[in-house]
Design a protein around this ligand. Structure first.
Ligand code: SAH
Ligand code: SF4
Length: 358
């Protein structure tokens, strides 16, 4: 099987370098960028203002669609769609399309959010997470990250205008490719999506956070906290042993100095692990110190894992405890179960079925 690099991940500078190498004029870079991002062509043959020989040379060496959609599954709630794509080396990656239900004042919103994956599997091995369960296979290339957006547009028939890096993998552990992809996502000659429409979710990769802060764009940051003390956090997130709260929290304070938006602390509620009222008070303290908001996610059960979602009444009580401390808090009870929390589960099922079939 031939694995071709994707031309999608070429910045204008990289494209100019490539064209010089091919003995072509620099203005071709602008033409190619327009075909790739303005017209979203899937095939070099469609780049009709390029000389045919150049089109053939590019097609020989590069692909414009590093992902092939192999399965689309409808959600039971609303119009959310999850799709699974196969990459050139056969690995699978999952992405979720989430259309906004309604805009402000009940008006129809045209927001189309894509939940993007950044790695095949994940090396962080959080104990509750389906992505961690399969271990780490590899980083996605910048082209594959961008390819998910194009695949989503083909699946949904709409342009994506909001991105959340909450799919499979730890985006900040793939920081080089993430930053390349982001530079093309943000660029007017690229996808032209504004930084405030992009959320990066991290389990607390401190060096990655610093690099992202240096990148200097007003992106939104979500931190998977899931425990407001080292004792609780280390129980479910091995990453906390490497970068405990004493390192993570100062890095978040640093982020706040450069960031324009409030940090969101993601907090999965898991029975008998982190959902006690003591934990709610500790979480309130951390959130207040960071001037952060909290997003509570009642745990979404993963087959083969022992963790349990607390009762709805308990989750609501936890939420009220934060409200009583005047912490901005949301709880995605319905949606969370179906999409946000289902990180990596479709791929897990598919990999297991394939293993059973072979
Ligand atoms: N690696 C990054 C981004 C991907 S995970 C991170 O951890 O932030 C996206 C979110 O889904 C994280 O907050 C993660 O903790 C959460 N998640 C993973 N498995 C879940 C489950 N079974 N139920 C609820 N949330 C889950
Ligand atoms: Fe990796 Fe995030 Fe899952 Fe943890 S929660 S294993 S960091 S994808």
């Amino acid at each position: 099987m031939s694995v071709k690099p994707s031309l999608l991940e070429y910045t204008p500078e990289a494209l100019k370098g490539l064209l010089a190498e091919l003995g072509q004029k620099a203005f071709r870079a602008t033409q190619i960028l327009e075909w790739m991002w303005k017209h979203r062509v899937a095939d070099f043959e469609q780049m009709t203002n390029l000389p045919p020989a150049l089109r053939a040379q590019l097609a020989e060496r590069f692909t414009l669609r590093p992902l092939q959609v192999v399965e689309v599954s409808e959600s039971s709630i609303g119009t959310t769609r999850k799709f699974l794509s196969r990459m050139q080396d056969g690995h699978l990656v999952e992405s979720v399309i989430i259309p906004a239900a309604e805009g402000k004042g009940g008006a129809q919103s045209d927001r189309i959010t894509l939940c993007v994956s950044s790695q095949v599997g994940c090396a962080f091995g959080c104990r509750f997470c389906a992505s961690g369960l399969l271990g780490f296979t590899r980083n996605l290339t910048a082209g594959e990250i961008l390819g998910q957006i194009l695949a989503a547009e083909e699946v949904s028939g709409n342009r994506v205008n909001n991105l959340v890096f909450m799919g499979m993998g730890e985006p900040l552990a793939n920081i080089d490719n993430l930053l390349t992809a982001l530079s093309i996502i943000l660029a007017p000659h690229g996808l032209n999506i504004g930084a405030r429409h992009i959320t990066i979710s991290t389990s607390g990769n401190v060096p990655g956070l610093r690099r992202l802060a240096e990148f200097g764009k007003p992106l939104r940051l979500a931190v998977s906290l899931h425990g407001a003390s080292d004792e609780v956090r280390s129980q479910v997130m091995p990453v906390n042993r490497k970068w405990p709260l004493a390192q993570l929290l100062p890095a978040l304070h640093e982020w706040n100095k450069t960031g324009k938006h409030m940090i969101t602390l993601e907090y999965i509620l898991i029975q008998d692990v982190n959902a006690g009222m003591d934990e709610a008070r500790k979480l309130a303290r951390v959130a207040r110190d960071l001037n952060a908001k909290v997003n509570l996610i009642p745990y979404n059960t993963v087959e083969g894992l022992p963790w349990v979602r607390p009762s709805e009444a308990h989750c609501k009580a936890f939420c009220r405890a934060l409200m009583a401390e005047k912490i901005p808090v949301t709880m995605r009870y319905e949606k969370g179960h179906d999409i946000n929390a289902a990180c990596g589960q479709l791929r897990l099922r598919k990999v297991q079925t394939e293993a059973a079939d072979s």
